[in-house]
Design a protein around this ligand. Sequence first.
Ligand SMILES: CC(C)(COP(=O)(O)OP(=O)(O)OC[C@H]1O[C@@H](n2cnc3c(N)ncnc32)[C@H](O)[C@@H]1OP(=O)(O)O)[C@@H](O)C(=O)NCCC(=O)NCCS
Length: 328
Amino acid sequence: MNAPSTHSRITGTGGFLPPRRLSNADMVALLAQRGVETSDDWIVERTGIRARHFVDDGVHASDLAVAAARRALEAARREAGEVDLIIVATSTPDMVFPSTAAIVQNKLGIAGCPAFDLQAVCSGFVYALTVADAMIRAGSARCALVIGAEVFSRLLDFDDRTTCVLFGDGAGAVVLEASPTPGIVASELHADGRHVGILCVPGTVAGGQVLGDPLLKMDGQAVFKLAVSALEGVARSVLAKAGCQASDIDWLIPHQANIRIMQSTARKLGLAPEKVVVTVGDHGNTSAASVPLALDVAVRDGRVCPGHRVMLEGVGGGFTWGAVLLDY
Ligand SMILES: CC(C)(COP(=O)(O)OP(=O)(O)OC[C@H]1O[C@@H](n2cnc3c(N)ncnc32)[C@H](O)[C@@H]1OP(=O)(O)O)[C@@H](O)C(=O)NCCC(=O)NCCS
């Protein structure tokens, strides 16, 4: 056990999207083969999504996670051998068990440090970052890999046009290190299990079979309403904890589910739309991967710079939601 550290700080980010990109036109053609009608206009207008990436057969969440983790390690100028904690946020693990984090650890060629998965659906990365921050501040880790990795294409019902056009695959990662200065300034997590049924994959594995339906179900309008109020509420609460105002935020990086949810959150917080990092157009909703992927895009294109104050927000199945305010 190391001596307690006062703070944790992100020292590197990485992202990875599988190469197979499906534009809305590709989705229109794919669904037409099944007699399901959709259009680029509908998808863009209702969601802001123009494309998503899907893995090929035989590629798993751990493969995407390792690619993103290697990029984050390189950005942090760290070797895999220096990592002393791995948390993978995923709802699409490689196996029922062991954890995808253990598989990632092995693929990175390291052993011994704690590695576990965290399941909070689309809030997973914000949850995982908060847990890693707490472990670093408690002195249980000094150099954590925090990853969101998903292959949601495996859960999609391509006969259900209300859901299958929304999601994509990918992974994002950060290296989170002990630091004398923040770093993570404040965070808050929530769940309300009364809403399990509005966004779920109800199937399970039992007796050598899949029991129940292993495809994604969603009441889109119910999710939309809850998401908008949850994202505004948790952002305000975290700002209050940190003793600052929405105007102090340089970048808002919300879960990338739908452009209208993000715009509405920014409007309610009084933030200009230019302060919101939006990747949903190119990525679709990559669940737990969406926030670290968007952060990585904004770091690499020079928008998020050292010293900037960034609000990360997650929301998703459970119902779960949370926010992390950090100085990059
Ligand atoms: C899913 C979502 C985009 C649907 O948008 P909406 O404006 O609520 O649309 P509705 O579900 O009311 O459907 C409106 C019409 O569009 C149709 N429609 C739905 N999906 C369609 C598609 N892919 N293509 C074309 N038409 C579609 C519906 O059948 C309906 O037609 P009808 O009026 O003839 O019955 C929206 O509810 C949403 O974004 N919800 C939040 C989802 C989310 O963020 N989930 C992840 C959270 S982690």
